[in-house]
Design a binder for this molecule. Sequence first.
Ligand code: SAH
Length: 483
Amino acid sequence: MKGKAVQAPLAKNEEVIVDIVGLTHEGEGVGRADDFTLFIQGALPGERVRAKVLKVKKTYGYARMQELLVASPDRVEAPCPIYKQCGGCQLQHLSYEAQLAWKRQHVVDNLERIGKLRVAGAEGEGVKVHPTLGMSEPWRYRNKAAVPMGMAAAVTGGDGDGLVSPERLIGGFYARGSHRIIDMDECMIQHSSNDEIVARVKEIGRELGITAYNEETGRGLLRHVMTRVGFVSGEAMIVLITNGERIPQVERWIELIRAAVPSVKSIVQNVNTRDTNVIFGDKTRVLWGSEVIYDELDGIRFAISARSFYQVNPVQTVELYRRAFEYAALSGGERVIDAYCGIGTISLFLARAAGHVYGVEIVPEAIEDAKRNAELNGITNASFEAGPAEVVIPRWRKEGIVADVIVVDPPRKGCDEALLETILAMKPERVVYVSCNPSTLARDLRVLEDGGYRTVEVQPVDMFPHTVHVESVALLVRVNTDR
Ligand code: SAH
């Protein structure tokens, strides 16, 4: 049959018995039925399920689980009542230990398949991939929520009189694989302060007759409510992302929000009038209070403004940064570059033991925060520059800046090639690679390996329990001294 176009052996709506052999990086069960691959949401490796085929492509298809015939020993009851509808978590039906094991294996698979790296077994040569560092209490860990707003017609009357009230403001999460908003007041992975704030903002919005933005018509005001809370400080920020500049009754809004949520230190508006899935627009202004909130990580204080990136799981962030610190192996005099530095969090961790740290980051507001944060902590051996890492660092090199250690912590797409080339040219003794995407990590490690570096170890850290996101930190050392 090889090489010939073949008819898919299954048809839509057909019911099949499927053995699940794997889990995709999106958390779907991978099933085999009649030599055909079926992706089945909610099914786990080792399980046998009865499923109904939803969609058929040439070599694979999608099916919906109808009945669980043989359950995995790792299956647990998902504790969240809206887990099945909500697209936010993907792994709540898998025990936490099994999630951690799966995340490590996901890193290993990527290193081997994409990075062509040899991963060490129990003993022997190769990259050491440690067990995933998990949380002792993997709930309510997020410090930030960005909640999409919508309108829903509410049925009132209760006696089946079918009376439909005017549309009301709702907010929650997008249903799995769609843009339908599920109204929600509680999310089990959010800090309760965020839940509380979003619930109050919705209530007040309803009271004031605020409309939500409608993706289809482009009309309506409120697009998202973003809230962030400092786990140590308790300070909260609210960002109202609006489709247009003018907020009706804005003073009343602020007054009511402040009265309802005393922990709020900052209320900010961001204007986004574009037809896009991107949450933030370009214009940000403080409506009330401070431009920033403060938080603390491992004794270092940070000012965080609305547009700045700040790790969402502060408990695990400290673990991640400690590992990065350990991998950097600083003895006091080193010159360190922290690429993709955000508000300078890793930079300031490292500055405590380095000669000088140079941070670079593309968002200018984050660099303003980073400078302020250095000052706030009395740290004088760190400097920051706004711009693309792949442009600024090559320029630093030309200007004669040298680096003993380079830390990178890029977004999901990984490092720009020009940056990797510059790292190879600068020849730091160590590279510490913090990654939120194992596949681009593996791709970039291959480039660094080919350029004379050896990947020594990788530590996966569970920053996003119950989701499929995998964070890890890798240590590379320079082996080829000829280049
Ligand atoms: N190290 C920081 C931030 C990591 S997130 C922390 O732990 O908090 C990645 C950061 O890279 C974001 O702040 C993002 O704004 C920034 N970024 C994205 N593309 C970039 C580029 N080309 N050059 C520099 N920074 C970039």
